[in-house]
Write a protein that binds this ligand. Sequence first.
Ligand SMILES: *Cc1c(COP(=O)(O)O)cnc(C)c1O
Length: 397
Amino acid sequence: MKRIYLDHNATTPLHPEVLEAMTPYLTNRFGNGSSIHAYGREARNAIDTAREQVADLIGAKSPSEIVFTSSGTEADNHAIKGLAELQRSRNAGHHIITSSVEHHAVLHTCQHLEKHGFDVTYVPVDRYGRIHIDALREAISEATILISIMHANNETGTVQPIAEVAEIAAAHDIPLHTDAVQSVGKLPLDVQELGISLLSLSGHKLYGPKGIGVLYIRRGTRLENLMHGGSHERNRRAGSENVPAIVGLGAAAQIAKTDRESNVEHLNRLTQKLRDGLHESLDGLYENGHPQHCLPGTLNISFEFVEGESLILRLDMEGICVSTGSACTSGSMEPSHVLAALGIQPQLAQGTVRFSLGRDNTEAEIDEVTDKVPKIIEQMRGMSPEYKRKRKSSKPT
Ligand SMILES: *Cc1c(COP(=O)(O)O)cnc(C)c1O
């Protein structure tokens, strides 16, 4: 059966040109970037090129501000733990501000630090998942050493007012970290213009390979290291570089920059088509992402009287691949922390599906989805006693 992949916020397929760029470094150009001979120089040059490509995508002042990591998760850990440890060693403050809707890579890192003597404020969000900016402002104290607020949410697609956050951070001289894993390549992003100190991104959310990420560290921002060993990455991240993956991420960054505008237009068109198609043939559905400030291609919808996991399994049987909440929490019946933070009632949260579109999706695929999803939902609702009761009680007498 032909499959329709609508789960790009979980991971994206490798772009064919990325694979092409990587292949020599998986075969005959196998050198270690630290070796002095020809093989080593070949690898070193390839790493340097990729560093420039990534720096160019996010507007870094210098490629030396780009540190390759093993993932977006490692980049988040490095930023937060690295700053926390440095400040601890200086006996400086012990307070971190983040939000209640962060990815687990940030949230669980902060929770870990709480067990080790740090105080963390989790800034609450509105019904669309945008942070209350006044709550952020009020949370700042003399002890605040870091603000970590994501650029765009992986579940809802909601985009945070990152420029405003940056302004507040700068006014208090507090470094700002942003997890931009979902927004890079979809939203225009310039770390210099925004005044961001630390930024995380990940290869596989960007049509690059898995197992490679980047931490942008603005020049002058000091951090403790996470990995100790050799002098790789200018002494900031030890371990022989994953050359093929780094080359792949570089190529993906370059393509993302060139194609961003046309991709966004494509994603917006298809997302609107999906939204319209679902609303046309269904009621009792609620969009959770922000109506204006939302990632192109992400549509997070709660369907009344439907159990999300079952819906996803039914869709999977039809070849339609989507997600409940986030991939990391699926498999557990806990409603996602993001939907809970939005104030969505647990029962409705259970009926939530995330559609996340990508560059290769077509109009024909969306037609098929808007044909099949409502039919399956109607069937499932037909079997729900609550739905039948509600239908009865809302009939005019
Ligand atoms: C996927 C994701 C991550 C983790 O990136 P990995 O490279 O998979 O470790 C972090 N933050 C957000 C917002 C993500 O979507």
